[in-house]
Design a protein around this ligand. Sequence first.
Ligand SMILES: [Zn+2]
Length: 402
Amino acid sequence: MTPQHSHPAAPRTLSRPRTLSRLHGRRRVAAAVALAVALPLGAAAPAAADARFPSTEGSGSLAAVRTHDDVVQELQKLERTSRYGVEAFTLAEAGMQVSTSEQGRDLWVATVGTGEEHVWLQGRIHGNEPYGTDALLTLLKDLGSNGSPEHELLRSTFTFHVIPMYNPDGAEANIRHTVLWDQVAGAPEGGTPQRIDLNRDWTPTGFAADESLAFYEYWTTVDPAWGIDIHHQGLKQEAGTGDDVTLSLGISLAPGGPTLPGLQDGAYDVLTRQMQVHVYDELARYGFINTDRYQVGGSYEIDIRGGVVSAMMMGLDHAGMNPEGHSHPVVFFETSGNTSEGSLGQKARGRSVQQNVLAVKELLLGLATGEVQQEDPERWAEIPHQPVTGYSTDWAGTIPVG
Ligand SMILES: [Zn+2]
């Protein structure tokens, strides 16, 4: 199949006048210039299949996908060369009791920024979803060295905890999961490989995999105020228009669903929608990005309580390690094109990574300026999506709507 797409050259607008963005128009334009240095401004959207778009044509080279060693080298280089104090360290160095992957690989974090609010930025919890790694390393490089007012604002408002490769074992094997491992025997625990989805493994009853406990303990020492999680999905078309979607905006506990409205008196039900409405608006200015709302199987909203970012919103207290029940809002992004279906695209890597960098930066700038908190959460309903038929959960199967 040859994907066709005909995005309008002008940014799409939603119905509500964007008063706030107009007030901040000058800053927004300056930010757009600063953020889009690598991209031709106002570039017209492609009118036909484009090798730079994710597609099944030319299956895309895994040679460009970063390995764990690549990540470690890049983190150490950024620590050496950054102007604004990037620190890269392993969870063992951070003093976590469990500190490596199932197969014994070091788990790495990098920090940058001096702000009081801590931000958790996580990529590649699914090992076969590579571009969270690339996007977060790019972002870390920018935050570590870019002297622009926008980056200065981000560094002075926030302290970032960047996890470019949450699942190094899965990344090395190019699989979604991690495999429970007997390090003494050097073989899968119990002989038969038991695959654990790390994004269903933060549960009240504990953690199956070492990666989960290690990052959970680290999370309890950070107490973030915000979080972002980067994933991949298959190729997807926008409801109604049929345009190819390049990025889907997700909230892992469905707004208005069975879980989120009950947290913090509904505060996260509002904040997460405001976060994604803001990202949707800001990304509409870039012709090569087409966003919609993340859904499961076409028409279900996701509601997974064992997802890492869900557990963060629910304030998971495992074994008394988070006794105050600290919690915070988190959203996730899903890049279209994945390794499993050979649909990363032949030359789409640059744009696929860049859209995540832009999405994260726009969201962070919006949080730093307070623009996010001024958005109308009800406009979440205007982000393109299929009519909702139910909730896809990891705790009660599929729950039909109404
Ligand atoms: Zn994923």
